[in-house]
Design a protein around this ligand. Structure first.
Ligand code: PHB
Length: 391
């Protein structure tokens, strides 16, 4: 098999890249190790920056998002029993975000790709990326029990944190920057209308809690839990009781409960793989970087990467200049590090670290007070949350 761009992985990065290339008239083949049902149901975040929603629309993948996604003009911060709303449009010159689950983005892009795009192979496991430093890179893969080779002009690794693409980078050119956290998030999906119309980020002495949503009838909620927690340790009623405690306010706000339909623990880490390009192999999304979920940045970063790659390759085809492809890693990493900074700051702001001193606890509260009291501090948060430019 032969193609211009071999794409490893059919998460949002790989699927959107295939779509952007198709729109630009560049052919690609997508290899995904899991089956379609798995690819369409991987539970991840659900916040689209305005720039991300604009890209999906421009790619012809925004119809259902515009019909069923929820536009959010702010978030609520809770601490010390108080609530403070951050008004995004007022602070950022009109920007907002859209609540639309990653699972739905993937379903939309898979349907488009199968109807109009190039090959998208499920249960096609990439085994290795070879000859990345030559102008004929290849992906070795296994599909339906048979080994095969995909010959490419370019390979883009969109195969996540544990994918094979990054292992094709020689150790001598690779640097990894990493931070781990001594806690994770226990996440639930529940069949109950969200108890607030915007996301609520709560800092409590017992730990962080987040109220989010998937639709007007489905809530998504999270609790900070110690690293290594098994979701089965938590009975449903214990989860609701703990959410009640951490989200409680002084003004009688009430959390509605409902049947919990899914329960899982997400580890938290910050991770950056530099550079993001080696020869004709490019990394995009989680294959290159992980952010803790507190900033809601993971999916948006992946979109930024593939937009940058698609533009760079189109530029090369149209002008013969490889300048933008050569700049890919540096261009992406500037945005990636801003998102890493924002995600770390949001995590530190809202999660009491195990063993934190009383001094650190007071500092955390003082930082939240500052955001509530200073338009400058609040604007910094609103700008970070609504997104860093793709240019
Ligand atoms: C989610 O809805 O899953 C979600 C929302 C905001 C975050 C993280 C996760 O910061």
């Amino acid at each position: 098999m032969r193609t211009t761009v071999g794409i490893v992985g059919a998460g949002p990065a790989g699927l959107l890249l295939a779509r952007l290339l198709h729109v630009a008239g560049i052919d690609s083949v997508v290899l995904e190790s899991r089956d379609r049902a798995y690819a369409e149901n991987r539970q991840r975040a659900g916040i689209l920056e305005q720039g991300t929603a604009d890209v999906l629309r421009a790619a012809g993948a925004g119809e259902r998002m515009d019909r069923t996604g929820l536009r959010h003009d702010g978030i609520e911060l809770r601490f010390a029993g108080r609530r403070h709303r951050v008004d995004f449009p007022a602070l950022t010159g009109g920007r907002s975000v859209t609540v639309y689950a990653q699972t739905e983005v993937c379903k939309d892009l898979i349907a488009l790709q199968l109807a109009q795009g190039g090959p998208l192979l499920f249960e096609a496991e990439a085994l290795a990326v070879e000859d990345a430093a030559t102008d004929r890179p290849r992906v070795r893969f296994r599909h339906e029990g048979v080994e095969d080779v995909l010959e490419c002009d370019y390979v883009v690794g969109c195969d996540g944190f544990r994918g094979v693409a990054r292992t094709a980078f020689p150790a001598a050119v690779t640097r990894v920057f990493e931070r781990t956290y001594p806690f994770g998030w226990l996440g639930i999906l529940a069949d109950v209308p969200p108890s607030h119309d915007e996301l609520v980020y709560a800092r409590h002495a017992r730990g962080f809690a987040l109220l989010s949503m998937r639709s007007p009838s489905v809530s998504r909620l999270y609790l900070q839990v110690p690293q290594g927690t098994d979701a089965r340790e938590w009975a449903d009623e214990a989860i609701w009781d703990e959410l009640d405690r951490r989200l409680a306010t002084d003004d009688g706000w009430k959390l509605e409960r409902g049947p919990i339909t899914q329960k899982s623990v997400t580890a938290m880490r910050s991770h950056v793989h530099e550079p993001m390009r080696h020869g004709r192999l490019f990394l995009a999304g989680d294959a290159a970087h992980i952010v803790p979920p507190t900033g809601a940045k993971g999916l948006n970063l992946a979109v930024g990467d593939v937009v940058t790659f698609a533009r760079a390759l189109t530029h090369q085809r149209d002008t013969g200049s490889s300048a933008l492809l050569d700049a890919y890693s540096a261009t992406c990493l500037r945005r990636v590090w801003q998102a890493e900074r924002f995600s770390c700051d949001m995590t530190a702001l809202l999660h009491p670290a195990p063993g934190a001193t009383p001094f650190e606890e007071r500092l955390q509260l003082a930082r939240l007070e500052r955001i509530a009291a200073s338009r400058a501090a609040e604007t910094d948060l609103a700008e970070g949350y609504t997104g860093f430019s793709f240019d």
